[in-house]
Design a binder for this molecule. Structure first.
Ligand code: RTP
Ligand code: MG
Length: 148
């Protein structure tokens, strides 16, 4: 089943948005298979954002993502990579539709609340960068006889 890497960025953690953001993906119907609160080290940040290393905002981007705890997650489900990107909204919150995470909570492009993998290649790369295989928990939700 398809998996994606999502991360509540330091601004989202500071603004108490972990619950709201995880709730949106739970209610949508996706399955959380891994999650951790962590502080990203410089080297991991530079590798994660390697595609942007020649951009003028690279230093600011790495500085921000390492500035405080993030909430890193792996979510699973059909088309989760593209659908999560739709649920996040446009990169720049000023262009993000109301009802998306960035549209509802973001103001500036640098502090846009959430990261999400943009392709199956980046999802695989980012999941492996942030999680050991032992941290991904396979489980089923179809045996609900104990829910009354
Ligand atoms: P992300 O990787 O964080 O999920 O965001 P994205 O795919 O929507 O956007 P991307 O092009 O990958 O850019 C990564 C992050 O860099 C910051 N950014 N700053 N100052 C600027 O002009 C600028 N442009 C991009 C944003 O925080 C963006 O999420
Ligand atoms: Mg990106």
């Amino acid at each position: 089943m398809e998996k994606t890497f999502l991360m509540v960025k330091p601004d989202g953690v500071q603004r108490n948005l972990i619950g709201d953001i995880t709730s949106r993906f739970e209610k949508k119907g996706y399955k959380l298979v891994g999650a951790k609160l962590m502080t990203i080290k410089q080297a991991l940040a530079e590798e994660h954002y390697g595609e942007h290393s020649d951009k003028p905002f690279f230093g600011e981007l790495v500085g921000f993502i390492t500035s405080g705890p993030v909430f890193a997650m792996v979510w699973e489900g059909e088309n989760v990579i593209a659908t999560a990107r739709q649920m996040m909204g446009a990169t720049n919150p000023k262009d993000a539709t109301t009802g998306t995470i960035r549209g509802d909570y973001g103001v500036t492009v640098g502090k846009n609340v959430i990261h999400g993998s943009d392709s199956s290649e980046s999802a695989e790369r980012e999941i492996n960068l942030f999680f050991d295989e032992s941290e991904l928990i396979p489980y089923q939700k179809d045996n609900l006889t104990w829910v009354y």
